[in-house]
Ligand binder design. Structure first.
Ligand code: MLC
Ligand code: AMP
Length: 478
């Protein structure tokens, strides 16, 4: 199967106009494909290659090269700190770095895009389950897990979205989201290369950069809720989007007030869709259907959903009963790399993926996401951050005796990451030191927005830290 069928089709046509733009640089389909295919020749047969996913054309060329070569690609956040990238490189077994990076501690060979040079070691790699992408995602505890994502579920998701949004080769898609997660990479970039539509990446997802693309015929805009709340706060930029075909929000809950403001200022009713790294996008409102604020729509073609209550029974679809959402179908990935335990834990005996999101399904099939079942999964600016990963990083610091990390409600980010720390006797630790440590070891986007130093953490009779209480008191005092 050719995942990037639109790119290949456009490359074979007589159209030499820009297909992909990142910032001020563009490539036609033909140039992108020939640079990618030259790079692909140098990595064919390798187990997996990593790319430092800066917002750049080199990242796009590298990812297309790996897909064309049938080599699993591991996108790494360009702002990843040392411990995060060490984990990802070791766990994935990537044998080379593609694209641009300035990580002088990474010892892997670097394959420059389009350049010449030797080929990489090859062999059989059955443990990767046919993955085209290995994307790392946080859990409640421990280091991020690598999700094995073959081409077939990616294609099923992208085709399901094309059906729901009437997304075609005629579109000009604009976004400025990171090229190392599902939203920006799979939907924004690979989706466009599958459809064959023009795509512009704005480097940063700012209101002004989105508005500026209207003069170039933009039709379709993607953003996380934080982006849309910043857009509606900039009336002139929001009004400039009038005339676009569609505005899509996802990766976190779009506040109803932002939904309404977007509609008022742009004249466009936003589309909302829901998904996960492990399952791709599974639910969306439709451009030819109802777009109800606070709701994420209906299952994509090939996807089924159900909700299960705390007592283990499946719940009726009555618009009221809240349970954990389970999904199955053509968009689901192939489990976690090196983590058969986590793969088994996330799958029911009859083969459904357990999302960990609480949801309600209406009689009409409309889904509403109510929240996460675990307080330890934080969504900040659309980034998923595991409290356990941040706590483990903070605990490395001398001077920290106890720590709890929580997501505190935030008008801009949805949730902001905050830590409550008990200092060790006699060793001083400052909030700034803790923030800088996390930003350097993990990713800048996983940084803490506040650190509180306290005498003791609230615990229950069994000694368990009371995170709900911590979060409530931080929300009350903010
Ligand atoms: C601040 N900065 C620091 C720092 N504190 N730098 C170093 N150390 C520190 N301690 C700097 C940053 O480097 C940067 O500087 C600036 O502060 C941050 O600015 P920003 O990035 O504009 O703002 P921020 O509020 O952090 O980000 C908002 C955002 C971002 C919306 C731009 O959260 C974002 O891109 N979110 C998208 C996430 C996403 O795509 N998720 C999808 C996951 S897939 P400088 O100098 O660089 O400006 C998924 C599935 C699905 O969920 O359904 O889609
Ligand atoms: P990730 O692991 O980064 O792919 O994040 C997946 C998670 O993002 C889901 O489990 C949800 O908690 C959240 N999410 C994605 N889309 C939406 C949405 N439209 N509304 C609410 N939550 C969402």
């Amino acid at each position: 199967m050719e995942l990037l069928e639109g790119l290949v089709r456009r490359a074979g046509s007589s159209d030499h106009s820009a297909l992909v733009t990142v910032g001020d640089e563009s490539l036609s389909a033909e140039s992108l494909l020939s640079l990618a295919d030259a790079t692909a020749e140098r990595i064919r047969g390798a187990r997996a290659v990593a790319v430092c996913a800066t917002p750049s054309l080199n990242t796009v060329i590298s990812i297309v090269a790996a897909l064309r070569a049938g080599v699993a690609i591991v996108p790494i956040a360009h702002d990843a700190g040392r411990s995060e990238r060490d984990h990802i490189l070791n766990d994935s077994g990537a044998v080379a770095m593609l694209g641009d990076h300035s990580w002088d501690d990474v010892a892997l060979p670097v394959v420059a895009v389009g350049g010449s040079g030797g080929s990489l070691a090859t062999g059989e790699h059955a443990d990767l389950n046919n993955a085209a992408l290995i994307m790392y995602t946080s859990g409640t505890t421990g280091a991020p897990k690598g999700v094995l994502m073959p081409s077939a579920p990616i294609a099923a998701c992208l085709d399901g979205l094309a059906d729901a949004w009437q997304w075609t080769e005629e579109d000009h898609l604009v976004h400025g989201l990171p090229l190392f997660h599902v939203h920006g990479l799979v939907l924004g970039m690979l989706g466009s290369l599958r459809r064959g539509n023009r795509v512009s990446h704005t480097v940063r997802p700012t209101a002004e950069s989105y508005a500026a693309k209207m003069t170039q015929g933009a039709t379709l805009f993607f953003g996380v809720p934080t982006v849309w709340s910043r857009v509606v706060a900039d009336t002139a930029s929001a009004q400039a989007l009038q005339g676009a075909r569609a505005i899509v929000s996802g990766s976190a809950a779009l506040p109803v007030s932002v939904f309404n403001d977007l509609q008022r200022l742009t004249g466009i009713t936003p589309l909302e869709r829901y998904g996960m790294t492990e399952t791709m996008i599974t639910l969306s409102t439709r451009i030819d259907g109802e777009r109800r604020p606070g709701h994420v729509g209906l299952p994509l073609h090939g996807v089924e959903t159900r909700v299960r209550g705390d007592d283990g029974d499946l719940l009726v679809h009555d618009g009221e009963s809240i349970g954990t959402l389970e999904v199955r179908g053509t968009t689901i990935g192939a489990g976690y790399l090196n983590r058969p335990d986590a793969t088994a834990d996330s799958t029911t005996p009859d083969g459904w993926f357990v999302t960990g999101d609480s949801a309600v399904i209406g009689e009409d099939g409309m889904h509403r996401i109510v929240g996460r079942t675990s307080l330890d999964i934080i969504k900040s600016g659309g980034y998923k951050v595991g409290a356990g990963e941040v706590e483990a990083s903070i605990a490395e610091l001398p001077g920290v005796s106890e720590v709890a990390v929580v997501g505190v409600a935030d008008d801009d980010l949805g949730q902001r990451i905050e830590a409550v720390i008990v200092a060790s006797d006699g060793i001083s630790v400052s909030a700034d030191e803790v923030i800088a440590h996390v930003a350097a070891q993990l990713s800048i986007h996983k940084r803490l927005r506040n650190v509180h130093i306290v005498e003791r953490l609230p615990r229950n009779a069994l000694g368990k830290v009371q995170k709900a209480q911590i979060r409530a008191s931080l929300e009350e005092s903010s």
